[in-house]
Design a protein around this ligand. Structure first.
Ligand SMILES: Nc1ncnc2c1ncn2[C@@H]1O[C@H](COP(=O)(O)OP(=O)(O)OP(=O)(O)O)[C@@H](O)[C@H]1O
Ligand SMILES: [Mg+2]
Length: 353
């Protein structure tokens, strides 16, 4: 739906475009193990959306996949599929959707596909970029094809022998998940089978990656195609007493520290920012992404680890902190993301299929 489609909200038509608050629906929760993290991010977003500009509502998706409009006593069940004239009838008419969902069934292109079918502008990467970035195997292949350094990896599909041809230590991970769920650091062959079995609980496809020795840095990207997307200042992830950036380090109080900017040569910082934008463009992202890197110990090479199309999105999450340090506060970030969603929708509405 386009912004100017509304004519039934009591405003004068010419008045409506400028004076009417934008109707925003925040999608939160979802079916993945990152459900609770999504709820925290969505809460933060709802608190930060300026009520003078936005008429915001929350749609909660349960772990069982059911969609609910509002919470508590006012909860009304809605459906993620077109029926009775389409989901818009049930959601109320919205101008833009913010899918603040992590992992499968939210960050992987499925919800984005639904919103495409419904014709609703939405924040963040489209279908293909979402699916690509969610799949660590396919993503690395596209990066390699674009000349962007990534760690060597080996893919284990159903029926494949369980082996680590890249040696040890190695990281074993489900191809499509996040928050370090199902990931193990494997020191030698005796630990491999259990690590693969753990990863397989979350995905049929499993990656074995060479362990990259170095520091971890993350960089935010914001924008569409034109003007070109911008990179935030990068930040170094200090995992403190944790050996790597595991679930506990990510979510326990005091589990990590973000150092912005990292203590790296200026040229390396610039390379991180450039590669963040290159990875964003090569994977067809729009809106936002957080690109995670290793700066390799032995040669200082800037290696892309992964790209998250819907990064943790509370006001104190890494993505927000990186842009805060770069002069773009949380509320402004949301304004910009919503504008980018509307810009893309308007731009693509002129395409003929
Ligand atoms: N090849 C590797 N070499 C060294 N460390 C690694 C490697 N792969 C993963 N790690 C460690 O595991 C962490 C989680 O891995 P990764 O970022 O791939 O997973 P994720 O669950 O998708 O993360 P996110 O929560 O950012 O979506 C990394 O931040 C890093 O600490
Ligand atoms: Mg990561």
């Amino acid at each position: 739906m386009r912004r100017d489609d509304h004519d039934d909200d009591g405003d004068d038509d010419h008045h409506a475009v400028t004076a009417r608050r934008l109707r925003v629906a925040v999608l939160a929760g979802g079916r993945s193990s990152e459900h609770d993290i999504s709820l925290l991010s969505a809460r933060s977003v709802l608190e930060a959306l300026d009520p003078d500009r936005y008429d915001a509502s929350e749609i909660t998706i349960g772990r069982d996949g059911r969609w609910e409009l509002g919470t508590g006593d006012t909860a009304a069940e809605t459906l993620p599929v077109p029926y009775d004239g389409g989901p818009l009838e049930r959601l109320g008419r919205v101008d833009v959707v913010l899918p603040i969902l992590h992992g499968p069934f939210g960050e992987d292109g499925t919800v984005q596909g639904l919103l495409e079918l419904a014709g609703i502008p939405y924040v963040g990467a489209g279908v293909a970029a979402s699916a690509l970035a969610m799949d660590k195997d396919l993503f690395k292949k596209v990066m390699r094809d674009s000349g962007i350094p990534v760690a060597r990896h080996h893919t284990i599909r159903l029926g494949d022998p369980v082996a680590s041809p890249l040696g040890y230590p190695a990281f074993v991970k489900p191809a499509r998940l996040g928050s370090s769920v199902g990931i193990s650091k494997v020191e030698d062959e005796s630990e491999l089978a259990a690590a693969v079995a753990l990863a397989r609980r979350h995905d049929e496809k499993v990656l074995v990656e060479e362990a990259v020795a170095g520091i971890e840095v993350e960089c935010g990207v914001l924008g569409n195609r034109q003007p070109p997307p911008v990179a935030s200042l990068p930040g170094r992830i200090d995992t403190l007493e944790h050996d790597w950036y595991d679930y506990a380090s990510k979510y326990e109080e005091g589990g990590m520290e973000l150092v912005v900017p990292p203590e790296l040569p200026e040229a390396t910082i610039e390379l991180v920012r450039r590669r963040a934008v290159e990875a964003f463009v090569a994977s067809e992202c729009e809106g936002m992404a957080r690109v995670d890197f290793f700066v390799r110990e032995h040669d200082g090479e800037v290696v892309v680890n992964e790209l998250n199309t819907i990064p943790g999105f509370t006001a104190t999450s890494v993505y927000a902190k990186l842009f805060e340090a770069s002069g773009i506060g949380y509320a402004e970030l949301l304004d910009r993301l919503i504008d980018l969603a509307l810009e893309r929708h308007e731009r693509r509405s002129h395409l003929r299929y």
